[in-house]
Ligand binder design. Structure first.
Ligand SMILES: C=C(O[C@@H]1C=C(C(=O)O)C=C[C@H]1O)C(=O)O
Length: 306
C-alpha cells in the first residue's frame, strides 16, 4: 500500500516537505493483480469452508435427534446479526447480507438437499425476491397459491422449508391451524433475520419446517388461539400486547388468531389470554405452533456512530 508522505521519516524535514507531494498513482494492472489475489483468496476460503461443512455433516448425522433438514434457525439468526453488525466500508450492506444468505443457504443445501415452497397468493414479486435473497438460486423454488399448499408440501417432505406471509394477507385463512398437531410443521424463523426500513427483500415472512429438534430458537413464541366473542373491542385490547393475525373462524363472532409473543418479556401468553377474557372474549383452544428469533433491527445511524 502506498505510504502517506507525511508519515514517512525519510521525507520529514527535507526541503521537499514544504512542496505539495501527491501520492503515486498505482497503475491499473497493479490494482487488478491485487483484485485477482483477493478473489483467489476468497475462493480458496470458500473451498476451505466447504471442507469444514463436510466434517460438520458427519457430526450432525451422528446425533440421535437429527431431523430431515440441516437448517439451524438459531445459528443462522446469530450469524446474520454478527455479519451485519461488523460490516464497514462502501460495499452496500444489502450486498453483504445477500452474499452470506446465499453462502449459508447453499451450504445447508449441500448438507441435505431441500426445496423452498413459497405462498405467492399475495403477490409473486415480493415473495420470490424474499425466497431468492434468503435461499439463492441453487435451492429449488416451488410456487404455491395459498399458505395451506405450502404447509401441506412441507408436511409431506423430508426437510423442505415453506415461506408464508407474516401478516394478514387477504383471503389467506387460518393456515397456521394446520401447524397445531404435535408432528405437524412449525414456524421456525421469521425473515428477514435483520430488519431495516429499506431492506431489498423486506417482506415479513414466516419460515415453516418440520419441528426443529436441534438448533431451535425460542425467543418469540407463535401461538394459535381459537376465540369466541371476537369483537373490535377485543382486537383493540390485544393490539398493544402482541403482534396478532386474526381471521374469522367458526361462526359469526369466532376468530382464529396467530399471536407472536416474546418469551421472558413483560407480556406473556397469560397476559394475552387475560386481556381477551377482560374484553369479553372466551378462549376455546390454545396451541404452540412455533417459535423464532427476536426481531432484530439494524439502524444505519447507530452503525455509523459505533
Ligand atoms: C453449518 C451448519 O448448517 C447450516 C449451514 C450454516 C452455514 O453454512 O454456516 C449455518 C447454519 C445451518 O443452517 C451448522 O449447523 O452450523
Amino acid at each position: 500500500m502506498p505510504k502517506n508522505p507525511a508519515s514517512n521519516p525519510a521525507s520529514a524535514g527535507s526541503s521537499a516537505a514544504s512542496a505539495p507531494v501527491s501520492a503515486p498513482v498505482p497503475d491499473l494492472s497493479t490494482l487488478r493483480t491485487e483484485i485477482d489475489r483477493i478473489d483467489a483468496h476468497m475462493h480458496a476460503l470458500l473451498i476451505e469452508r466447504s471442507e469444514i461443512i463436510d466434517r460438520l455433516v458427519a457430526v450432525k448425522r451422528s446425533r440421535a435427534a437429527e431431523g430431515g433438514s440441516a437448517f439451524r434457525p438459531a445459528r443462522e439468526a446469530s450469524m446474520m446479526r454478527m455479519i451485519v453488525d461488523r460490516h464497514r466500508g462502501i460495499l452496500p450492506l444489502d450486498t453483504v447480507e445477500g452474499i452470506w444468505r446465499v453462502i449459508i443457504s447453499t451450504f445447508t443445501y449441500v448438507q441435505a438437499p431441500y426445496a423452498v415452497h413459497a405462498d405467492l397468493a399475495s403477490g409473486d414479486a415480493a415473495m420470490r425476491d424474499s425466497a431468492r435473497f434468503h435461499f439463492g438460486f441453487t435451492v429449488p423454488f416451488i410456487a404455491h397459491m395459498g399458505a395451506s399448499g405450502v404447509v401441506a408440501a412441507v408436511a409431506g417432505s423430508k426437510g423442505d422449508l415453506g415461506l408464508v406471509p407474516a401478516f394478514a394477507a387477504p383471503g389467506a385463512g387460518a393456515w397456521w391451524t394446520a401447524l397445531e398437531g404435535e408432528h405437524a410443521p412449525k414456524i421456525i424463523a421469521r425473515l428477514p433475520f435483520v430488519e431495516r426500513a429499506d431492506h431489498p427483500a423486506g417482506l415479513p415472512v414466516f419460515c415453516i419446517a418440520h419441528p426443529v429438534t436441534d438448533g431451535a430458537v425460542t425467543e418469540v413464541e407463535t401461538w394459535s388461539l381459537h376465540v369466541a366473542g371476537w369483537t373490535a373491542h377485543a382486537a383493540r385490547a390485544l393490539a398493544p400486547l402482541a403482534e396478532v393475525i386474526a381471521v374469522p373462524d367458526r361462526g359469526l363472532d369466532g376468530a382464529a388468531l396467530l399471536a407472536s409473543i416474546p418469551v421472558g418479556g413483560a407480556v406473556g401468553l397469560d397476559t394475552v389470554l387475560a386481556a381477551l377474557r377482560a374484553a369479553g372474549a372466551s378462549v376455546r383452544a390454545v396451541a404452540l405452533v412455533g417459535s423464532h428469533a427476536s426481531r432484530y433491527t439494524h439502524c444505519p445511524q447507530d452503525a455509523a456512530q459505533g
